[in-house]
Design a protein around this ligand. Structure first.
Ligand code: NAI
Ligand code: AKG
Length: 544
């Protein structure tokens, strides 16, 4: 089946051409679905990936129960139009294309700053209306003025460089802006936002919209600003309380504003800022240049080709970056951790509270975060089936209040690599450890207090028992009578004649009667039947 990519916003032809040129890709452009929730939901049931800009709202309702959809590529930076937690919950990777539209957005910010300072839109409108209003339209120079930049990421830094070219004094506020980087850029780093407001002639916003940045510009922060300040927003509409800004412009405290972004988009006709004579507005044009649109569309296309055809994850906002080589290197460990998770899930030892993954030896030097995620995926797979994978497993455990902890030691111990998973429940903790023999064979080497060497695949019958002669033979007879062949058998004990554990790999699933016959044996203490994937059988998220 070809990889089907659905595109619901207008993206440049160059990006679509890259996707269409791939041998096993089918591209369907349906921009009318951007505003059609039931239509989009239905179309996604038949799609492997979705490409959007900011026009499509990808809500939890749309993502719920999507089993074929694997990836969403945002041709742009902001993913606030995508419900990322809902995507994570449904195992969908969300990727964006940072960088491709940085310069365009920074240039648009400068264009708005200049237009605002020199009354360009008002002058244009007045001359076209037949007036020659030279006296009314006197502006201000940027040179020597202080610009405050909130959000010193890609766009913020690009704006800083351009503003320095206009000989402005530039102040930057960003929790991730170090004093060294600020010095390198030639700007001043402001440690606390409250120190920035009163110093600026211009304030420009370049942060994402988050709970912290929502209504960052409000009546209270505006009151701390210098009279005559001008405000520019090319980031997200929700960063400004529009009613508060309008009031401050009307009172003269704020000299004017330039706004490219709104909440919602398009803004309603009675939006407090849109019709105001001292506000310059553009319809979310920051990234709308030929160059930026080609760059982000091509990058989005490359992200999807890399992901769907080559198993490489780049610029994911809800998953650790994983490339093919890393996946190839980690695959056996991921498989081992997943099987340990599946084993724990089926042991039925009370209500799960937490798990600790201990990595020893060579594996401790690998990307254990992913291996832990694979354990979590295996752990929840029995309960949640195919809905769970590397993207959503850890978040799924967190949602359920279960904590995952990692411990690492490069000391190899008895094996060159060992993964130990200890699960704590309301009853007691339980440990299972696994290792790799060669590159291919997954072994269970510890279960509870017992050392073992059991195959970690297929049908496993695990039974604790009194270490007495005759039990193993009796068990073989019971299974033999029912035509269930024993493929492997492994026994572990702490002391001769004490309590012991047996792990039997069976060629077929034993029926209830066979299991009952085993548990009824006077020397058997407990019996668990565990179903693991066959040797070499991988879930789709490990087959990329
Ligand atoms: N108008 C348009 O067409 C475009 C708008 N954008 C928007 O511009 C914004 C910035 O984009 P990029 O620079 O590419 O993103 P970025 O991720 O490179 O930079 C964002 C910066 O904001 C900082 N930040 C987060 N919370 C903050 C807070 N409370 N106070 C101060 N700084 C904070 C982060 O530390 C980060 O350095 C995003 O919201 C993006 O969606 C980006 C491109 C085009
Ligand atoms: O797709 C667009 O033009 C919007 C770009 C944007 O806002 C972003 O990249 O965050």
């Amino acid at each position: 089946m070809p990889h089907r990519v659905l595109v619901t916003d207008k993206v440049s032809e160059e990006g679509l051409a890259l996707l269409k040129a791939e041998p096993d890709f089918e591209v369907i452009v349906r921009t009318e679905l951007a505003k059609d929730v039931p239509g989009l939901k239905a179309a996604l049931r038949e799609a492997d990936a979705l490409v959007v800009r900011s026009g499509t709202q990808v809500t939890a309702e749309i993502l719920e129960g999507q089993t074929r959809l694997k990836a969403i590529a945002r041709a742009g930076v902001g993913v606030d139009n995508i419900d990322v937690p809902a995507a994570t919950k449904n195992g969908i990777v969300v990727m964006n294309t940072p960088g491709g539209n940085t310069v365009s957005t920074a240039e648009h910010t400068m264009a708005l700053m200049l237009a605002l300072s020199r009354n360009v839109p008002q002058a244009d409108a007045s001359l076209k209306a037949g007036r020659w209003d030279r006296n009314k339209l006197t502006g201000r120079q940027l040179e020597g003025k202080t610009l405050g930049i909130i959000g010193m990421g890609r766009v913020g830094q690009a704006v800083a460089q351009r503003a320095l070219g206009f000989e402005m004094r530039v102040l930057g506020f960003d929790p991730f802006l170090s004093a060294e980087r600020a010095t390198e850029l030639g700007i001043e780093s402001i440690p606390h936002l409250h120190q920035l407001w009163g110093q600026c002639d211009y304030i420009t916003l370049h942060t994402p919209l988050t709970a912290d940045t929502k209504d960052l510009i409000n009546a209270e922060t505006i009151a701390q600003m210098r009279p005559g300040v001008r405000i520019i927003n090319c980031a997200r509409g929700g960063l400004i309380d529009p009613a508060a800004l309008r009031e401050a412009i009307d009172s003269g405290h704020v000299a004017g504003a330039a706004v490219d972004v709104f909440e919602p988009e398009p803004p309603p006709a009675d939006h407090p800022l849109v019709g105001h004579p001292k506000v310059v507005v553009t319809p979310h044009l920051g990234a709308s240049t030929e160059e930026a649109q080609v760059a982000v569309a091509e990058e989005a296309a490359r992200l999807l080709v890399d992901f769907l055809a080559r198993g490489q994850v780049r610029f994911a906002v809800n998953m650790a970056t994983l490339n093919r080589a890393e996946l190839d290197d980690l695959r056996q460990y991921l498989d081992l951790a997943r099987r340990l998770g599946m084993l724990h899930a089926q042991m039925d030892r009370g209500i799960i509270k937490s798990a600790t993954l201990r990595y020893r030896g060579e594996v401790a030097g690998k990307n254990t975060r992913l291996i832990t995620a694979a354990f979590a995926a295996g752990w929840m797979e029995t309960a949640l089936g195919g809905q769970v994978n590397l993207v959503n497993a850890e978040a799924g455990l967190k949602e359920r209040g279960i904590t995952l902890t990692e411990e690492k030691s490069t000391d190899p111990g008895d094996f060159s690599s060992m993964i130990q998973a200890e699960v704590e429940t309301d009853r007691k903790g339980y440990v299972a450890s696994g290792t790799l023999f060669g590159r291919e064979f997954l072994r269970l080497v510890r279960l509870g207090p017992y050392r073992l060497d059991a195959h970690l695949d297929g049908n496993l019958l695990i039974f604790t028992h009194n270490d007495r002669p005759g039990l193993i033979g009796a068990l073989g007879t019971e299974f033999g009578k029912r035509g269930v062949n024993i493929a492997q058998m492994n026994v572990g004990r702490e002391t001769q004649g004490g309590e012991a554990i047996g792990v039997v790999n069976l060629d077929a699933v034993p029926d209830e009667e066979a299991l009952k016959a085993v548990s009824d044996h006077p020397d058997v203490i407990s019996v668990s039947f565990i179903k693991l994937p066959a040797h070499g059988e991988l879930p789709s998220w490990l087959q990329l």
